[in-house]
Structure formats: structure tokens, C-alpha cells
Design a binder for this molecule. Structure first.
Ligand SMILES: *[C@@H]1O[C@H](CO)[C@@H](O)[C@H](O)[C@H]1NC(C)=O
Ligand SMILES: *[C@@H]1O[C@H](CO)[C@@H](O)[C@H](O)[C@H]1NC(C)=O
Ligand SMILES: *[C@@H]1O[C@H](CO)[C@@H](O)[C@H](O)[C@H]1NC(C)=O
Ligand SMILES: *[C@@H]1O[C@H](CO)[C@@H](O)[C@H](O)[C@H]1NC(C)=O
Length: 796
């Protein structure tokens, strides 16, 4: 409805009532008219005479103490606004605002009701309670969620009150106005992370004319919801550390951010599913995301790790990433030498280049750290020959000799090429097996044994010993005698050798007078297969024992009384009368004879040469001397104890055999027959002649050779028949050591034949002290001279 100020709408309501008050008039007026504004003419409306108004004291009254809002002009009857009419304060929100006034007329008293209908005008703007509205909305709020907003208030009513609202266009909210509710409806979800605060101006507009409006600012604070999972800075982290890194080394640091705030944005780290093994090697700091080494890292066991890591925020959102950790190799493994095969023992005759063993070298590290060089110690006859891959052959580089080196400890050293390099070594023990390559060798080139004659059978002569450096039976030496003959009898009848010990025993008793030395060969043989052997000469020297008493050859020991020497009566003192000839089968001192006169008819007349046995006159023969002289001569050798023999010598001091009949008387033995005496005389004569003859021949022979030492004292001749074979004679001068004895054999049975000189054994006359301990060099010396020209001694 359009109403202009001042426009009056008149309602006349005639209500028949009491006479005095029978009329009622209504006026409709706009509020806020200026006081004095005329809005009706009461006189006209009530049909009153204007002139009577003043006389009847017309006036407007309010009921009770109520204010008077209008006034009446007594001259014109016009009703005017007396007070400010504010509908809002008078009637608040009542849709019709009626003010009741009364027109009072006196004389007669008349009361006329005046109803003032106050019409609203748009004099109030919509009003919000506060200047701004603060809201907090969680970003998790669902679409369609409604948030009620206190609407604006407009004191005006009807069209002039709030008619609509308008919200500034925005992404999230729309406005829903419904009856008396104003609501913000979430049209698109909020995201704190993109917009933390939203300001929305909300305008309320009324329907008046002119239109009034007001705007309130809605501050929406978006509250965080845990709507963001942590996000890793990288999807994959890669790191590389050397193996054996010290504990607590930081390998890599993972980091994740969470757009949420507060608890929702607090990120903690953890591993995803990792194996127990990996868990013992790495740890992750739940706060900082640092991955550290907590265990041993061994490239050779595991060189790469794949660890899932998880980032959690405070309220259970999580995301994951991968961490690849690679270990780099360190040279932490020494190479190892393995002996794959070994021919042990190896025979000593293995040819050079024989493969003895196979060696394998391994290093668990990688690349350069596993490059291995192999070497063998110096000074052993072996070398390493590289073969396929890490295999080496151990081969010999020279001839082996078990007898020199029987065991080798071969040290093989392997060194890798890491930095610093590591090495290890292995000792290979190798034995050299024996081959029977050494014959037994006697400790001496020859052996000599010295034994006195008449030894007991079974007595030990000496021992030989041979060494064989081979092993066990190859080096076990067995001794034996080599077959041979000594004097025509097998050696085994003289000697025996102990096969195990090499001790040589006499099998029988030896007789120096039979033979003085002999040689045997002893063989030493090992037990190898085939056996090796060597032999050695053993010379056995038999030494003399004084076991033979001197044997008197002349005069005949038979006690023949006809053995008589003729002594010329004219013999001067010192002339040779006769000679006692004795031999001793022994040698040396044992055969060194001495002669003594033990009994004589005339002790002063004859002497005997102690060593020559020559009987000489001591003084000139005189007439007074008895014609028959009788001597008893003892012959002793020089042995210990010495042995002796005695004989009797008959001497006849006469110039002529005519006195022979008296010979009979010479004999101590008167029982000899006359015939026997003649025979003896004849024999002596023949013998004397014969000996003289021989001496002359020999003298001629040896004089030609100018051997002055061959002295013959021709006065005495000994019948050759008295010299038995094999008897040695001793030089009368007693120089025993360097003289040589030659046995002179007389051809038995032929008295006319020559002496037969035989260069006999190369045997020495043994010295008087015959002991086995005698230094062998003495004997060698003696033997060494055995090539000297033979010298001959003829017994005198
Ligand atoms: C070899 O080594 C062993 C034990 O290690 C030792 O008994 C032996 O004497 C050694 N041999 C050599 C020849 O060094
Ligand atoms: C002895 O030598 C032979 C080869 O000559 C050899 O076969 C054998 O094994 C050796 N015996 C010992 C005990 O070494
Ligand atoms: C004894 O040894 C010599 C060399 O020492 C050798 O010539 C000889 O044949 C050997 N005799 C025997 C019977 O073995
Ligand atoms: C010689 O003398 C010995 C004793 O001296 C006597 O036994 C022997 O019968 C004698 N002979 C003669 C032939 O008278």
C-alpha cells in the first residue's frame, strides 16, 4: 500500500451508542509525521459546526494518562499530529497499531472516539545482533551440514521487515533461508590446508522503499581434521654404506611432512615389515626418521637391504616409502687356502714336475678384494702352478731325497689385492716316502782284527758296521760272510758273522804257526726289494803266543853220545869250537832264543854266545886240560813265561881221529855200542864237509850280489836234515822289529841239493808284546815294506 505523508484516509464508523457518545472516527496516519501535520478535519467528519468548536471547548484527550498524539484546531477543525509517532515504539511488532484518542465537547458533553491507525514506514534497517559472526567449522564436516546463523532483525513490519539475505559468492557455502531460520549449508567440503579462514559477508535486505540493508561478516575458521596422511619427501631413499660401519652410524634420514596440524600433523616413523635379521641391523628413530646401524653389517652375508618405512601421524594416517641400503665391500676377509688333495707321502724318486697336491684359494670379498695372489715359501723344491680359476697345482721342482729331507712343511701364502691387503697362509705337511736307493755303506774301508792264537772258538774278533740311511727294511742291514776259501777250507769254518750286529766270531782256534793272517769278505745287504749290498774286506791277524818251546836241532837232542866235536889242541882262546842250533816255532820274542851253559866239565874253558849259541874257547888249550869235555846247554826263548830246552855237547880235545876209540869214554852214556860211535863220527865228518861245500857255493853266489850282510862264519856247518820246514829263525843280533824272516826250506831227502829260497808270506815277525791293541799302523808299516828285496838269513 502506498501512502504518502499527509494523505488521510478517513474511516467513519458510526456506531449507535449512547446519545452523548455516538460517533467514532478513524484516521490512518503514517508514523513519523512531523508534529503539526494535519491529517483530517474533525468538524467535517463529525458534521459539527466549526463555530461551535471553540464555544464548546473542543479538545483531544487520551484515555487515562496516555499521551496525546494529536491536536484539534478550534478554528478549522483540523486534526494535526501533536507528538512524534513511532510505530515501533508504540506498537512494537503488532501488525496494526491503533492509537485511541477522544474528542471531548462540552455543553453538552460529547465524546467522540478517534482511532488513529499508525501506518508503518521503512524507517528501520535490518539489524544484526553483532557486527561479525564467528564460526569454527571442522574441515571434516560433511557436505550438506547446516550451520544456523542468527538472522537480522528489522523493527519494521510487513514489507519493511527483512525480506531476504544474500551471501557473497564462495566455494563452500550456500545460504538457505527458511521461515525464520537462516542457515549456512556446506556445499563443498572445507580444506583447512587450502584455506584456514573464510570471510563471508551476509547481507540482509528489507522490502521497504527505499530499501534498507545491513551486512554482517561471517568469519569461518576451518578447524583441522586429520585428513592428511604424512607424505615422504621421496618415494625411495637410497643409501650406501661400507660394511662393518660402526654402530650408530646414520645411514639415511627419511622425512615425511603432514599438512595437518597439531597431533594430526605429528609424524612418527617406523619400519614396515622387515625381517628379523634386518631389524637387528638397522633401527629407525621414530621421531627424526634417522636410520642407524645397530648391528653388524657384513657384505658377504647380505649386501643390500630393502626396508619399507612408514610415517604415521598422530591419529593413525600413514604412508610408506622404501629405503634401499647397499653395502660396499671392505677388504675384511682374508683369503683362505684350501688343500684339495695331496699325494702324501710322495716317493723320493718322483720325477721333477710331479703334481703333489691341488690347492684352492678363496676370498669372500668381492672385486679387487677377492683377487688373490698365491706364493710358496722359498727353499723348498716345490712350486705353485696356476691352474683354472683359483686352483693351483703343487709340483716338484727338483729331485727329492728322503735321506736329506724327509718332511717338508710347505707354507703357502695367499694375499689379496685389497687395501690394505690381507693374507693368510697354510702349512702343508708332506712326507717323502722311501725308495731303496742307498746301499749299506761300511763305516770303514776295511777292517782288521787281531787275535792271539789259541783263542777260544766263539771268541769275538771284531765287529763291522754298515749304515744304510734308507727307511725301515730298506735301511735294515744284514751281514753275512761272502763265500771264499782260506787255506783251502771254506771261510765259514774259520769265522762267523752275526747277521744283525756285524760281530765277527772265531769259529775255531787259530794257530799262528799255521797261518798268520787271512782275509774274508763281509757283505752288508739291506732288506729292500730289490736289496742293495756292499762288501768289505776283513783282515784277521793272528798274533803269536809262546806256545812252542825252543827245539834244539844240533846237537841232536836224542842224547846220542856220538855227537862229538873235535877241538884242535892248538886252538887259541876265542876260537869257535861248535854251535848249538835251536829253533822256536813261535816268533818274535817268543822265538828269541838265548843260550846258557848250565853245566860243564871245566867251567872256565868254554863260553857260549848268549844269542848265537856259538861255543868258543875262553883261553888257549893247554896240555893239562882233560881231553874229554862235557857241556850241558840250556836254550830259552824270551816269551812270557819263557820256555826252554837243554842239550848236552861232547867236546874232544884232539888233533886226530886216532884217538877216537876213546870217544866211547866221552859219552856219559856208557851203554852206546862201538858201532854207533863210528857211525856218528862218519856222519859228523860228512856233515862238516857238506856244510862247508854249501857255504862256499852260497858265498860265491851272494858275493856276486855284494851283499855284505850275508856273513857266513864257515867254521860251523849244520846238517841240512836238521832244519824242518816252516821254521823261522831269528837274527842273532836281536834287532827284531824291522828284520824279515825268510823260511828256508831244505829239500828233504836230498842232501846234495841247493838250498831252496822261498819268498814266503809277507808276514812280519811279531814283536814280543803281542797284543791286539797294538796300533794297526805299526802293522801297516810293516806290511808296507813288504816289497823290499828279500833278504836271507841263514842259521849259523
Ligand atoms: C712341521 O710342522 C710340524 C708341526 O707343526 C713339526 O712338528 C715339524 O717339526 C715340522 N717339520 C719341519 C721339517 O719343520
Ligand atoms: C723300500 O723301498 C721300496 C722301493 O725301493 C718301496 O716300495 C718301499 O715302500 C720302501 N719301504 C719302506 C718301508 O719305505
Ligand atoms: C765286493 O765289492 C766290490 C766293490 O766294492 C765289487 O767289485 C765286488 O763285486 C763285490 N763282491 C761281491 C761278491 O759282491
Ligand atoms: C845211556 O845212559 C842212559 C842214562 O843216561 C841209560 O838210560 C842208557 O841205557 C845208556 N845206554 C847205553 C847204551 O849204555
Amino acid at each position: 500500500m502506498e501512502s504518502k505523508p499527509g494523505l488521510i484516509t478517513l474511516f467513519v464508523v458510526c456506531i449507535l451508542a449512547l446519545q452523548s457518545v455516538c460517533t467514532e472516527v478513524s484516521y490512518s496516519i503514517q508514523e513519523e509525521l512531523k508534529p503539526g501535520t494535519v491529517f483530517g478535519n474533525i468538524a467535517k467528519d463529525l458534521g459539527l459546526d466549526i463555530t461551535t468548536l471553540s464555544s464548546r471547548k473542543a479538545r483531544v484527550d487520551a484515555e487515562g494518562d496516555n499521551e496525546r498524539f494529536c491536536a484539534v484546531s478550534l478554528q478549522t477543525g483540523d486534526l494535526s499530529v501533536a507528538e512524534r509517532l513511532d510505530r515501533e515504539s508504540l506498537c512494537d511488532t503488532k501488525p496494526s497499531c491503533i492509537l485511541i484518542q477522544e474528542l471531548v465537547l462540552e455543553n453538552p458533553l460529547e465524546l467522540h472516539r478517534i482511532n488513529l491507525h499508525v501506518q508503518d514506514i521503512n524507517d528501520n534497517s535490518p539489524q544484526f545482533k553483532r557486527n561479525s559472526i564467528k564460526m569454527e567449522i571442522r574441515e571434516s564436516a560433511e557436505k550438506g551440514t547446516r550451520f544456523r546463523i542468527e538472522g537480522a532483525h528489522d523493527a519494521d513490519i510487513g514489507k519493511n521487515s527483512v525480506q531476504r539475505y544474500s551471501l557473497q559468492k564462495n566455494d563452500n557455502f550456500i545460504l538457505m533461508v527458511d521461515a525464520n531460520k537462516v542457515e549456512l549449508v556446506l556445499d563443498h567440503k572445507l580444506d583447512r590446508e587450502t584455506q584456514r579462514e573464510i570471510n563471508l559477508p551476509l547481507t540482509a535486505v528489507d522490502g521497504g522503499s527505499p530499501q534498507r540493508s545491513s551486512t554482517v561478516m561471517i568469519h569461518v575458521t576451518v578447524l583441522d581434521a586429520n585428513d592428511n596422511a604424512p607424505v615422504f619427501s621421496q618415494a625411495v631413499y637410497k643409501a650406501s654404506i661400507p660394511e662393518n660401519s660402526p654402530l650408530n652410524t646414520v645411514v639415511v634420514r627419511v622425512s615425511a611432512t603432514d599438512a595437518d596440524e597439531g597431533v594430526n600433523g605429528e609424524v612418527s616413523y617406523d619400519f614396515g615389515h622387515v625381517s628379523d635379521i634386518d631389524e637387528r641391523v638397522f633401527s629407525i628413530d621414530f621421531k627424526t626418521g634417522e636410520i642407524r646401524v645397530i648391528g653388524t653389517t657384513d657384505f658377504e652375508k647380505k649386501n643390500a637391504f630393502e626396508l619399507p618405512v612408514i610415517a604415521n601421524d598422530g591419529l593413525g594416517l600413514s604412508s610408506s616409502a622404501k629405503v634401499y641400503i647397499e653395502l660396499t665391500d671392505e677388504n675384511d676377509n682374508a683369503p683362505v687356502v684350501y688343500l684339495k688333495s695331496l699325494s702324501n707321502p710322495i716317493p723320493e724318486n718322483a720325477p721333477t714336475g710331479t703334481e703333489v697336491g691341488i690347492i684352492n684359494v678363496q676370498d669372500r670379498d668381492s672385486e679387487n678384494n677377492r683377487q688373490v695372489r698365491c706364493s710358496i715359501q722359498q727353499g723348498v723344491p716345490f712350486k705353485l702352478v696356476p691352474s683354472i680359476k683359483n686352483y693351483y697345482s703343487l709340483v716338484t721342482t727338483g729331485q727329492l731325497d728322503r735321506e736329506l729331507v724327509s718332511d717338508y712343511n710347505i707354507t703357502i701364502t695367499a694375499t689379496d689385492e685389497g687395501s690394505p691387503s690381507l693374507s693368510s697362509s697354510k702349512c702343508v705337511q708332506l712326507s717323502v716316502a722311501d725308495i731303496n736307493d742307498n746301499p749299506p755303506v761300511f763305516e770303514e774301508q776295511s777292517y782288521s782284527a787281531y787275535v792271539s792264537e789259541n783263542n777260544k772258538p766263539g771268541s769275538t774278533l771284531c765287529s763291522v758296521s754298515a749304515r744304510d740311511p734308507d727307511w725301515r727294511q730298506n735301511g735294515t742291514v744284514v751281514y753275512s760272510l761272502l763265500a771264499g776259501e782260506v787255506n783251502g777250507a771254506p771261510v765259514s769254518s774259520y769265522l762267523s758273522v752275526n747277521g744283525d750286529t756285524g760281530v765277527i766270531h772265531a769259529v775255531r782256534s787259530f794257530d799262528y804257526e799255521q797261518f798268520r793272517s787271512f782275509k774274508v769278505h763281509v757283505m752288508a745287504r739291506d732288506n729292500g726289494s730289490p736289496p742293495l749290498s756292499s762288501n768289505v774286506t776283513v783282515s784277521v791277524f793272528i798274533s803269536d803266543v809262546n806256545d812252542n818251546s825252543p827245539q834244539i836241532l844240533y846237537p841232536s837232542p836224542e842224547g846220542n853220545s856220538f855227537m862229538t866235536e873235535l877241538v884242535p889242541k892248538a886252538a887259541h882262546g876265542g876260537s869257535l869250537v861248535s854251535k848249538v842250533i835251536a829253533v822256536d816255532a813261535d816268533s818274535g820274542q817268543n822265538a828269541w832264543l838265548s843260550y846258557h851253559i848250565v853245566k860243564s866239565t871245566d867251567p872256565g874253558l868254554f863260553t857260549i854266545g848268549v844269542h848265537s849259541g856259538e861255543i868258543r874257547t875262553q883261553r888257549d888249550i893247554s896240555e893239562s886240560d882233560s881231553m874229554k869235555q862235557n857241556l850241558v846247554v840250556a836254550v830259552k826263548d824270551n816269551g812270557q813265561p819263557s820256555l826252554s830246552a837243554t842239550c848236552s855237547m861232547y867236546l874232544l880235545i884232539s888233533d886226530n881221529l886216532a884217538e877216537v876209540p876213546e870217544l866211547k869214554d866221552l859219552s856219559f852214556n856208557e851203554s852206546n855200542s862201538k858201532l854207533t860211535s863210528y857211525l856218528i863220527i862218519a856222519l859228523v865228518s860228512v856233515s862238516t864237509f857238506f856244510l862247508t861245500f854249501i857255504i862256499i857255493i852260497l858265498g860265491l853266489r851272494f858275493c856276486r850280489r855284494r851283499k855284505p850282510r850275508l856273513l857266513f862264519d864257515g867254521a860251523v856247518a849244520i846238517p841240512s836234515g836238521y832244519l824242518p820246514p816252516n821254521y823261522a829263525d831269528v837274527d842273532g843280533t836281536g834287532t827284531l822289529r824291522s828284520t824279515y824272516n825268510y823260511d828256508a826250506y831244505l829239500t828233504t831227502g836230498s842232501r846234495t841239493s841247493d838250498f831252496k829260497f822261498v819268498t814266503s808270506y809277507n808276514d812280519n815277525t811279531l814283536p814280543a808284546d803281542q797284543t791286539l791293541k797294538k796300533s794297526p799302523s805299526d802293522f801297516l808299516e810293516a806290511f808296507g815294506e813288504s816289497d823290499d828285496p828279500p833278504q836271507v838269513r841263514i842259521p849259523r
